[in-house]
Design a protein around this ligand. Structure first.
Ligand code: PLP
Length: 450
């Protein structure tokens, strides 16, 4: 049925009826969307026969790579056996039990409980409600405020978009909602020019302490951050940042939350980003790599302290019709098991991750308008700068990033522009040869850009 139409027909119908996320609809009326029809490994194929290297794993999510045959088989079997039942009101099913058990095995020590959602945004909203419920049960009802960071991304729901620090999202819809405040992101290159990265990590953590004191520790419920800020431009904080944040949260009795929606499930070479930076949150949110995008599912992990407190409060009046959906749970289970048992996460840590980081720096450091070349595991970025010597950024940073991204796109390589940051996060199954191929194309694009 899909293949009966021409590319032009798909484009026209799409522009006529489909409202795309984060897209200017007028631009679709002019040129139409690229129609992706199939995918295999790290490659996408479009309706015009182009083979495209997906340096973004979709939206940072297809960790296991495209075209797996086992995951659809698991979905089919589960759909035939039990297509749907809910997990409300004292019911459960084997698929969700098995997934929860497996997740308790791959999670850092102390995380034995998960709450299921359908997306990263729902995980973040669930976390906001959990954090506030936690303090409610503790009898500290005034502890409601959450501290997020400018340029953080925590999704598109009203809660997630408020907690995120994307001002262009806040401008649409009167956000943030009350009880959410922000501090500056820990981007050494821009904000720490006169300091070593280590000094800057402590200074950036101090911004959080200052905010806690400004709001009043008795009113602050949690600090929330992505271990590495993803959509904010792959901002890798200095090594001193997260341990100091942890110390500050403990000092003021504030919950520490990691949003692991991008970093989770092997992206950094560790199972979770918190393990790269050596901190222990109380709660962490996940989605994306949990199912590698083969089904929509998210999960909020809580440590024993939070789990015990929530349980002491009786009913937690929150949940989604599809929380712990059997098909999504079965597919996520097969995906996580494969990431572990096929050694995919280990390979990122010991082999392809270090290789990518070495080659990425070698290739991009040579360009005149590229600086702050960075990354961990298989998540990396560089920034387009006007003047390397003075670290001057381009004033029209959005346009410059888009211009660069479009050159990649035209050359059948998908990398993303987050303002003036060019970022990449390919499927974790990418081989060293494919890394070389990706970087060779990218380098040619950069010559064209400069
Ligand atoms: N949190 C982080 C760190 C994300 O990067 C994203 C999406 O990119 C989300 C939350 C929202 O996830 P979703 O788009 O699945 O709602």
């Amino acid at each position: 049925m899909q293949n009966q139409r021409t590319t032009t027909e798909w484009r026209e119908l799409d522009a006529a009826h489909h409202l795309h996320p984060f897209t200017d609809t007028n631009s679709l009326n002019q040129q139409g969307a690229r129609v992706i029809t199939k995918a295999e490994g790290i490659y996408l194929y479009d309706s015009e026969g182009n083979k495209i290297l997906d340096g973004m794993a979709g939206l940072w999510c297809v960790n296991i790579g495209y075209g797996r045959k086992d995951l659809p088989e698991v979905a089919k079997q589960q759909m035939e056996q039990l297509a749907y039942y809910n997990t409300f009101f004292k019911t459960t099913h084997p698929a969700v039990v098995e997934l929860s058990h497996l997740l308790s095995e791959v999670a850092p020590e102390g995380f034995k409980h998960v709450f299921y959602t359908n997306s990263g945004s729902e995980s973040v909203d669930t976390m906001i409600r959990m954090v506030r419920r936690y303090w409610d049960v503790k009898g500290k009802k005034d502890k409601k405020t959450l501290i997020g960071r400018w340029n953080g991304y925590h999704g598109s729901t009203i809660g997630g978009a408020s907690l995120g620090g994307m001002t262009y999202m806040h401008e649409q819809g009167d956000l943030p909602i009350p009880g959410i405040v922000h501090v500056e992101q820990p981007w050494w290159y821009k904000h720490g020019k006169d300091m070593t990265p280590e000094e800057f990590g402590l200074a950036a953590a101090k911004w959080v302490e200052d905010k806690i004191l400004e709001v009043g520790a008795d009113k602050v419920a949690a600090f929330v951050g992505e271990p590495i800020q993803g959509a904010g431009g792959v901002i890798v904080p200095p090594s001193t940042y997260w341990p100091e944040i942890q110390r500050i949260c403990q000092k003021y009795d504030i919950l520490l939350v990691a949003d692991e929606v991008i970093c989770g499930f092997g992206r950094t070479g560790e199972w979770f980003g918190q393990q790269v930076f050596g901190f222990k949150p109380d709660i962490f949110t996940t989605a994306k790599g949990l199912s590698s995008g083969y089904q929509p599912i998210g999960a909020v992990f809580v440590n024993d302290k939070v789990a015990t407190t929530l349980a002491a409060g009786g009913d937690f009046n929150h949940g989604f019709t599809y929380s712990g959906h059997p098909v999504a749970a079965a597919v996520a289970h097969a995906n996580v098991k494969a990431l572990r048992d096929e050694g995919i996460v280990d390979r990122v840590k010991n082999d392809t991750g270090p290789y990518m980081q070495k080659r990425w720096r070698e290739v991009f450091s040579q360009f005149e308008h590229v600086d702050d070349v960075r990354g961990v595991g298989l998540i990396q970025a560089f920034t387009l700068v006007k003047n390397k010597a003075t670290r001057e950024l381009f004033p029209d940073f959005g346009e410059i990033g888009t211009m660069c991204r479009d050159i990649f796109f035209k050359n059948n390589l998908i990398m993303r522009a987050c303002g003036d940051h060019i970022v990449s996060a390919p499927p974790l199954v990418i081989s060293k040869e494919e890394i070389d191929q990706m970087l060779e194309t990218a380098a040619k694009c950069m010559v064209e850009f400069e």
